[in-house]
Design a protein around this ligand. Structure first.
Ligand code: ING
Length: 310
């Protein structure tokens, strides 16, 4: 039996005018609550330090750089790192990262995994960037992650911790099964992800109930098909009038939802996860070594889009 307390700390809205200090204070409060309820790991949302700024059109870096952190940990993150180290809690944190890669400025939609000793165990940079580079001209809001972020350059890594082997991804990544399979093939036992998912789809008139249904569908299938625990944390509610879905949850390797938020505010859910449950499923139904046939999967790696066979 390998039981470990995992928490998902969902955030309510972060408004354009909210300072980093005010927002980080909310994260610290939820981290403290998670620890008091038996958690040793906490998953925070995507872009947890600011509003979901890719909904707005900015032209110059000077307009959108204020949303980015230039060091990790940044000054704004310090109180969270300090409290986590004091309470010996590990955490996943999503934020906008501005950095240099081989002398070139790069901007990523990033998450870090921080250990209970306060050290940064690993980093992930979002690979599946939804939306468009140019505005589509929707009267209400845009989805411009391809405009502000580079495609992640770190692959889908996994990180060994005392509790489990942990893999990270971010929001739209959860809609692509390749994300989880790659991490599961590297031994991930727990997937941590944050998301900021608008309640409305600006690209087509999608019934509202489908937003949460597709969100749940992605997480439950990822958990079951990869025999892993899934920690999914929303930043949600109405950010300056722009609604985003909640539905933060913890999903067992069986695909069952074991904990779920009921609000669109700051809300902590905690579950004592038995890591052995995933191991059992990986020795039976999803024993990759025994059952997978990659010689028949070539199209998944060799193709980007659909190619009709002759
Ligand atoms: N947000 C959304 C997400 O993937 C989206 C964007 C929603 C794309 C629904 C397609 C369908 O959950 C982010 N930040 O990726």
């Amino acid at each position: 039996m390998r039981k470990e307390g995992f928490a998902v700390a969902q955030m309510g809205p972060v408004h354009l005018q909210d300072s980093r200090e005010k927002t980080v204070k909310r994260l610290v409060e939820m981290l403290t609550e998670a620890q008091s309820r038996g958690a040793t790991w906490v998953t925070f949302p995507e872009l947890a330090l600011t509003t979901f700024f890719p909904r707005y059109v900015y032209d110059k870096p000077s307009e959108y750089d204020p949303f980015f952190e230039e060091a990790t940990p940044s000054k704004a993150m310090q109180p969270l790192f300090a409290e986590a180290a004091r309470l010996k809690i590990g955490f996943y944190l999503g934020y906008a990262e501005k950095t240099q890669v081989s002398g070139t400025v790069r901007r990523f939609n990033t998450s870090i995994l921080v250990g209970p000793d306060g050290s940064i165990i690993g980093k992930y940079r979002k690979i599946h960037l939804p939306g468009t580079i140019e505005p589509v001209g929707d009267p209400e809001f845009e989805h411009l992650e391809k405009r502000y972020f580079d495609v992640g350059d770190l692959g889908f890594p996994t990180f060994q911790t005392p509790a489990a082997r942990i893999g990270m991804c971010i929001c739209n990544d959860r809609r692509w099964p390749e994300t989880f399979r790659v991490m599961a093939l590297a031994g991930a036992e727990v997937f941590m992800l944050g998301y900021n998912t608008p309640s409305r789809n600006i690209h087509h008139n999608e019934p509202v109930h489908l937003r949460e249904f597709h969100h749940r569908l992605c997480l439950q299938s990822a958990a079951y098909q990869n025999a892993a625990w899934v920690m999914a944390s929303a930043k949600c509610g109405s950010e300056d009038g722009f609604d985003m879905i909640g539905g933060s949850m913890i999903v067992a390797p069986t695909g069952e939802i074991v904990a779920k938020t009921v609000s669109e505010d700051d809300e902590v859910i905690v579950y004592r996860c038995d890591l052995e449950l995933g191991a059992y499923i990986r020795r039976s139904v999803f024993d990759f070594e025994r059952h997978r046939r990659p010689e028949h999967y070539q199209a998944i790696v060799n193709q980007v889009g659909i190619e009709l066979p002759e």
